[in-house]
Design a protein around this ligand. Structure first.
Ligand SMILES: Nc1nc2c([nH]c(=O)n2[C@@H]2O[C@H](COP(=O)(O)OP(=O)(O)OP(=O)(O)O)[C@@H](O)[C@H]2O)c(=O)[nH]1
Length: 127
């Protein structure tokens, strides 16, 4: 079973948090789900550097990485994921969608209204 180490950015800008939606996916349980943007950490790369790289690649957004919020281990039917979420800030809300279907900035209390990937759901309680 594959095991991915993934970093995710909880990006806050003036009281709202960036939520990004996946498009259709090979695994139906991930299709159209919301996730915190990020991705797999490359060999030898620091978590924080992986996050800055991924957010620039996926969203053309410049972020500052703050504290670690949570580490979640989740078993999907086809792979295992260790998801580490960091609180981040951006100086702008302007994103360019390279990989995602949709992005929305929401206040914390509204995050639970979205359909999140299963691995992300435990992170919401720490926000
Ligand atoms: N970036 C990110 N990935 C997440 C989150 N939660 C979660 O289950 N994942 C899953 O972790 C896997 C690796 O993330 P990735 O961002 O590198 O995805 P990828 O483009 O290489 O592969 P993909 O085609 O599965 O999306 C994906 O299957 C993704 O759906 C999250 O909050 N952020």
């Amino acid at each position: 079973m594959k095991h991915y180490k993934v970093v995710a950015a909880v990006i806050e800008h003036e009281g709202a948090i960036l939520c990004t939606q996946k498009g259709e996916h090979n695994y139906p349980y991930l299709s159209y789900k919301y996730e915190f943007p990020g991705g797999k950490v490359e060999h030898g790369e620091r978590d924080e550097d992986a996050l800055i790289r991924e957010i620039d690649e996926e969203l053309a957004l410049c972020i500052r990485v703050n504290r670690k919020i949570a580490v979640v281990n989740h078993q999907y039917p086809d792979f295992m994921i260790t998801l580490t979420a960091f609180h981040c800030n951006s100086t702008s809300r302007d994103v360019t969608l390279v990989e995602h279907l949709h992005a929305v900035w929401l206040p914390k209390e509204k995050l639970k209204t979205l359909a999140w990937a299963a691995a992300d759901q435990p992170i919401l309680q720490y926000l």
